[in-house]
Ligand binder design. Structure first.
Ligand SMILES: [Zn+2]
Length: 267
């Protein structure tokens, strides 16, 4: 997307731990992709894991980055992406969350994370985690200052099964204490196609300290997480199909609720 300039534009930006795709500050929407990348910075190797483990969902959300990119392009709104693996440090956790740096993830022991020295933990926070969150703060702040408070839409993907239990939902909506946007999304996805839509399944969006907790709740911004099932969005074709569905739905929500007072819808 060509960079555009102006008071109401968020600029493209690229740093070591995150990147921003620019877009309209007054577009009513900020897209987040916390688990975009399975990349490891120089010096970290594979954290002691077999290379193949870095291709699995434990390292990143398969398909999520491409869908978030497509949404940002389709809607002309800013999107933020991490550029390192969640195995290094998980941005979708509070700094005090015990799963911030996983020692064991879905059966895989992460050798380099075991008995992690406090100084290395602090280093990862300062080098990767906090710059990403500071960037979200800046973008959300600029969008709020535009006069049109943004919805915050967080793009993730989930495995087709966990611990032997199949997940029947191609897409799930997760939410915490703000059901307004989630309800609109659930209604729209259920109307759009012959598929099941998870409502706070396979797990709840109510995680204190997570990204939406940090950046949407304090400002009262409507927010939701979407989880795409990875078997459907691992390839470019599925990514395009599901990004199209989602863009159409978000566009309709933004048009119908231009003041973004979606909490009123829930009450
Ligand atoms: Zn995720």
């Amino acid at each position: 997307m060509a960079a555009q300039h102006g008071a109401n534009m968020i600029e493209d930006e690229r740093a070591e731990g995150y990147r921003i795709i620019g877009g309209r500050a007054d577009g009513g929407l900020v897209i987040l992709c916390d688990h975009a990348s399975n990349a490891m910075p120089a010096g970290y190797g594979t954290l002691g894991l077999d290379e193949g483990q870095l291709q699995r969902h434990i390292a990143y959300d398969i398909g999520a980055e491409a869908i978030a990119e497509r949404l940002a392009a389709a809607l002309g709104v800013p999107a933020l992406f991490t550029r390192v693996s969640r195995l290094l440090i998980d941005p979708n956790r509070g700094e005090d969350d015990p799963t911030l740096i996983m020692q064991l993830s879905d059966g895989a022991v992460v050798p380099a994370n075991k008995d992690l020295p406090a100084a290395e933990r602090e280093h990862r926070l300062a080098r990767f985690y906090r710059p990403y969150h500071a960037a979200i703060d800046r973008v959300v702040g600029a969008c709020r200052a535009s006069g049109r408070p943004p919805l915050i839409f967080s793009v993730h993907s989930m495995t087709p099964a966990m611990k032997g239990v199949l997940r029947p939902w191609p897409v799930s909506i997760l939410w915490h204490n703000d059901f307004g946007l989630a309800r609109l999304l659930l209604d729209a996805f259920r109307t759009a196609g012959p598929w099941m839509v998870g409502d706070n399944e396979p797990y709840t969006g109510g995680l204190e300290g997570d990204t939406l907790w940090q950046h949407a709740h304090p400002h009262g911004l409507p927010n939701a997480v979407i989880e795409y099932r990875q078997d459907l969005v691992a390839g470019a074709e599925g990514q395009a199909v599901w990004a199209d569905h989602t863009a159409r739905i978000l566009r309709a929500i933004l048009a119908a609720h231009s003041n973004a007072r979606l909490k009123d819808y829930a009450s």
